[in-house]
Design a protein around this ligand. Structure first.
Ligand code: FE
Length: 155
């Protein structure tokens, strides 16, 4: 078996394995935008994403169903990314990374929620397990909810 090539982006490096990639995002860079850049440049149709690392600025989101509002809050302090888990698919033709995180503070309490964006402060180690099919979400049933629409999956 040959050693796989190192794939280099502007803010990340990756190495392919059978079924996916290991992705490292550079210190000081943004998680979501780097993963978007990686997925688009590798032409990945859909994926499961998991990661750990550290951040010093993260914006989390929470959808309030009653108000039909997505509220956001930014936390600016050193935090461990204890867990980042999500997926990549497409909303119409636009790539959408849906990711949730648990961020641990220096007193071991945590913030958790939908990850809007976070800046790496330390390391960011991701595994991206890929699906060769391009998978879509649609909001035809409820405009606030983007759900998988497997009828639209493309080979
Ligand atoms: Fe979410």
């Amino acid at each position: 078996m040959n050693k796989p090539d190192v794939i280099k982006g502007k803010t990340w490096q990756a190495q392919k394995f059978d079924g996916g990639y290991i992705v490292n995002i550079n210190n000081g860079e943004k998680i979501i935008s780097s993963l978007e850049d990686f997925i688009l440049s590798e032409k990945i149709g859909s994926a499961e994403i998991t990661g750990i690392g550290a951040t010093n600025e993260a914006t989390l989101g929470f959808f309030n169903f009653k108000k039909e509002e997505f509220s956001e809050q930014t936390f600016s302090e050193q935090m461990e990314i204890a867990s980042a888990i999500g997926n990549a698919s497409y909303k119409n033709e636009e790539l959408y990374i849906h990711m949730h995180v648990t961020l641990v503070r220096d007193n071991y309490s945590s913030y958790a929620g939908h990850l809007v964006e976070a800046t790496i402060h330390g390391v960011a180690e991701f595994y991206v397990r890929t699906n060769p099919f391009k998978v879509y979400k649609s909001n035809e049933v409820d405009k606030n909810m983007w759900v998988y629409n497997f009828e639209k999956t493309e080979i």
